[in-house]
Design a protein around this ligand. Structure first.
Ligand code: NI
Length: 130
């Protein structure tokens, strides 16, 4: 599986973007408000590396508790798969826990899912668009 992006939990999209730009990252697309997850999302890119900046826009955001506990931090790695329903079911049978079933994510323009494995933590999967 190819890595699609690395997710970072941040307090502020603009301020963190300013710092990533110092490492050669450029903006990719618009700022997205994901109403379902109560988060603001911005993708940035540095050659083949893509980072997803995720910030809360209110206190009920799941990312708010991550930030309170850890501060700004690497949050998840997202892998690209062709058949997301098949892969999620396959990993579920391997005792991975489904945190979020495959669901359309406006920021990705595709379905994504979150799984948890007790040995490696949270992993995101996105259905590839090609
Ligand atoms: Ni992500």
């Amino acid at each position: 599986m190819k890595i699609h992006h690395i997710g970072y939990a941040v307090h502020n999209i603009d301020k963190s973007l300013k710092e990533f730009k110092k490492m050669g990252y450029e903006e990719e697309g618009e700022l997205i408000k994901d109403e379902k997850r109560n988060v603001l999302i911005k993708f940035i890119k540095n050659n083949s590396y893509r980072i997803e900046l995720i910030a809360p826009y209110n206190k009920t955001s799941p990312i708010d508790s991550v930030l309170k506990k850890m501060g700004p931090t690497l949050y998840h790695i997202c892998y690209e798969v062709d058949d997301i329903d098949f892969e999620i079911e396959r990993l579920r049978e391997e005792k991975w826990v489904v945190i979020q079933k495959p669901l359309y994510a406006p920021a990705l323009g595709s379905k994504c899912a979150f799984l948890y494995n007790k040995e490696i933590g949270v992993v995101e999967f996105v259905k590839s668009k090609h």
